[in-house]
Design a protein around this ligand. Structure first.
Ligand SMILES: [Zn+2]
Length: 333
């Protein structure tokens, strides 16, 4: 597509490279999130206690986040046992009566589960900083709901990549990070296109399941830039979000939140000194301001200008470049 945006082009490159590394003729829908193991290396693993220590250590540039995390972990706010019949993933809920949160997740010992634990702790931290603002200002909109979680996850995902003991391990960890970017720019984008087209079609009457599957495939092909050889026509039936009928477009806030959080992270990298105070002040206002006002008041940046978003995308593009370079190097060895 001539109008292919840079981030989509580069993620297409990642998918192409992944296909080569997996030694496949073409990439199918289910291969997008396939683990990548090149060469002879043992995947980075953590016991639950090691993951907690790793997170506390790497949050250290943010003393309040660190103190909060220690408190949450020491007081056993997290139920992370990996047991039969418990599904993967993570979830955080706040308990407003007690000014506390609880995290429910399955920790299998992988680096990506360590990032998930950090993500959920980020949600809990967001709730915690809001406890001392008036109750009616504590409820933030979906577009900023993933700000603190993605920020915390980014700190830890970067730390795992930096802790890699070999190039093979680094490639696998970068793959984990880029799976997140692929989900945000392609999978979530497909959901948005699908939903947009669904509402247009619904104006003309009931949309049959055959039409829904067709709309889904068309949306996925567009969002993935035709990079796959098979798609998932029934995705509309398996994704819970489409059935939450009082919240239309339960998709774009993920990509928006991811980009907003990456933009904030880029600001942090520019001026790390005393950044946490600004960051917490921003989180405290998430239930009371538009994103435009939040970013201007607390970071002095204009989110209506493309530069703010481009700074965040550049961080992701760096991962892409590193992934491609490492993959080329390992292929040539
Ligand atoms: Zn989240």
């Amino acid at each position: 597509m001539a109008s292919c945006l840079r981030q989509q082009t580069t993620i297409c490159d990642v998918l192409k490279k992944k296909q080569q590394l997996l030694q496949l003729d073409s990439l199918a829908w289910q291969d997008v999130d396939a683990p990548l193991s090149v060469g002879d290396h043992e995947a980075m693993t953590f016991t639950y206690d090691e993951a907690c220590d790793f997170i506390i250590k790497h949050f250290s540039a943010f003393p309040k986040l660190t103190a909060f995390t220690k408190h949450a972990l020491e007081n056993r706010w997290v139920e992370a046992e990996d047991r039969n019949d418990k599904r993967p993933g993570g979830y955080c809920t706040s308990l407003p009566e007690f000014d506390e949160s609880r995290i429910f997740m399955t920790f299998t010992g992988s680096a990506s589960d360590t990032s998930t634990l950090a993500h959920e702790l980020g949600h809990a931290f967001h709730s915690d900083v809001l406890t001392d603002v008036p109750y009616l200002n504590q409820h933030y909109a979906m577009n900023v709901a993933e700000t603190a979680s993605t920020f915390a996850e980014t700190i830890i995902a970067n730390a795992t990549v930096q802790s890699a003991r070999s190039d093979e391990e680094k490639l696998s960890l970068l793959n984990n990070k880029l799976e997140g970017a692929t989900a945000m720019f392609m999978n979530i984008h497909a959901r948005f296109i699908f939903e947009d087209n669904f509402y247009k079609a619904r104006k003309n009457g009931v949309v049959s399941h055959e039409q829904l599957s067709k709309l889904m495939t068309v949306a996925q092909k567009e969002a993935f830039h035709g990079a796959l050889n098979t798609y998932h026509p029934h995705f509309w039936s398996s994704k819970l979000h489409f059935f939450i009928d009082d919240v239309p477009f339960y998709n774009f806030p993920y990509t928006f939140g991811y980009l907003f959080s990456l933009g904030i992270y880029a600001e942090y990298l520019k001026q790390p000194k005393n950044f946490e105070e600004k960051y917490i002040a921003l989180l405290k206002d998430t239930g009371a301001m538009t994103v435009e006002d939040l970013a201007m008041k607390h970071l002095g940046v204009d989110v209506t200008n493309v530069d703010f978003w481009a700074e965040g995308v550049k961080l992701m593009a760096k991962d892409v470049d590193q992934f491609i370079a490492l993959a080329d190097q390992l292929e040539n060895n």
